[in-house]
Ligand binder design. Structure first.
Ligand SMILES: [Zn+2]
Length: 403
């Protein structure tokens, strides 16, 4: 007889050995009990007992698929990937995105809700609850399958308390996300900065490829970085670590929303690209953008610049190259500060990846301190527009699978 996993038995999963075995099955399955015992150095009876429990809770199933050297096929273990789901939320400036993933991070459902102008704390929470309800009770997904909810929120977040301390796009402070969602949905809720969730998502299911020292840079309406050091997200003393959008690149550059001048995001984030394009187009620079926006400069945004670049517009290609060089300076600073094995560039602006990459690589080549610094691997996000939301799901998975 099997026992259905319930949220109440979550504490059960906290056992270290159980969690390590579960993760080994996730990463290396299908795998035999004997191989698990060998790799973990736990005794075969211990492994057997824990595996029995994992099968009872339906996290793991037995399979006979796998290598067989004649004779009896060995019984192997694998993750019961679609038995449990997690729900991830990415809170952007204009939209909130909601995804449902299985235990392997595969997308099962997606929805998105607009965030109106000048929202209050209550508005943010009620949009979140609406999106969660839409996915839990649409009839498409069994609500009992959900292990928990992860939230990737822009700005400064207190991940321990699950509070958004400061969300600059909304100018809001102290939104008690964890407390509110746990109260309404009675499941685990984890909250983290969106650049960090993007990094976590790439580390588990994207282009991280087990680079234990890596950085994910989220370039959208602002710029933030999630820093993974020895396989763990680094927060700094007050969760401010990684705010590279506000690293000064040009002392006499444009004024930033933070009050300083020439921050990286005043030169390389989406709105900065649009602003530079507008300024130069007004001086009469030739570009097909004039036609694309019908002479209305208000319609110029990052997307239009990218579209023009794809159509071979030299003005737009140069502009994105220049943006890549600014980003390259920011990334070189990161390389010299924490020396990651890999940097993953994601977020809306990274859609223009190919045009940016040239400028980024040239800058790192010319400014990197040593050959090793210059060789730092720079890649685009694999999970693309869903990276932060999928990474938010990983916040929940981390509770079950100890790496
Ligand atoms: Zn700034």
């Amino acid at each position: 007889m099997t026992t259905k996993y319930t949220r109440g038995s979550f504490q059960l999963m906290k056992s270290m050995n159980r969690s390590i075995i579960l993760n080994m099955i996730r990463e290396e399955g299908p795998i035999s009990r004997a191989e698990i015992a060998k790799q973990t150095r736990l005794t075969p009876p211990t492994v057997s007992n824990i595996v029995k429990e994992l099968i009872n809770t339906q996290f793991v199933i037995e399979t006979t698929q796998g290598m067989s050297k004649g004779g009896r096929k060995p019984t192997l273990l694998e993750i019961n990937a679609d038995q449990f789901y997690t729900l991830g939320i990415d809170v952007g400036t204009f939209h909130m995105k909601f995804v449902v993933t299985n235990l392997f991070g595969d997308l099962k459902d997606v929805t998105s809700l607009p965030i109106g102008n000048y929202p209050g704390n209550e508005d943010i929470l009620s949009i979140m609850k609406q999106g969660i309800q839409d996915l839990l009770y649409s009839g498409k997904n069994d609500p009992d399958k959900f292990l928990g909810i992860g939230v990737g929120m822009h700005g400064i977040v207190d991940p321990e308390e699950g509070i958004s301390l400061f969300a600059p796009s909304f100018q809001l402070r102290n939104i008690p996300i964890k407390e509110e969602l746990e109260k309404d949905f009675n499941m685990i809720v984890k909250v983290e900065n969106d650049a960090r969730t993007m990094t976590l998502g790439e580390y588990w299911f994207g282009n991280g490829n087990d680079a234990d020292n890596m950085v994910g840079v989220n370039v959208g309406n602002g710029i933030g970085a999630g820093m993974m050091i020895k396989g763990r997200l680094f927060h700094g003393e007050n969760s401010i670590a990684g705010e590279i959008g506000h690293v000064t690149i040009d002392l006499s550059g444009p004024k930033c929303t933070c009050g300083n001048y020439g921050c990286l995001q005043t030169l390389a984030a989406g709105p900065a690209i649009a602003e530079r394009a507008r300024k130069e187009l007004k001086t009469g620079k030739p570009s097909i953008i004039h036609e694309l926006v019908d002479g209305d400069f208000e319609k110029v945004d990052g997307q239009v610049v990218y579209q023009a670049a794809c159509e071979g517009d030299e003005f737009s290609i140069d502009l994105l190259n220049q943006t890549g060089r600014y980003l390259g300076i920011g990334l070189t600073n990161l390389i010299h500060t924490i020396n990651p094995k890999r940097i993953i560039v994601g977020g809306g602006v990274s859609n223009a990846g190919d045009f940016l990459m040239k400028g980024i690589e040239e800058t790192i080549q010319s400014r990197g301190l040593t050959d090793k610094a210059k060789e730092t691997s720079i890649v685009l996000s694999k999970l693309g527009e869903h990276a932060s939301a999928i990474g938010a799901c990983v916040l929940v998975l981390e509770e079950f699978f100890v790496r």
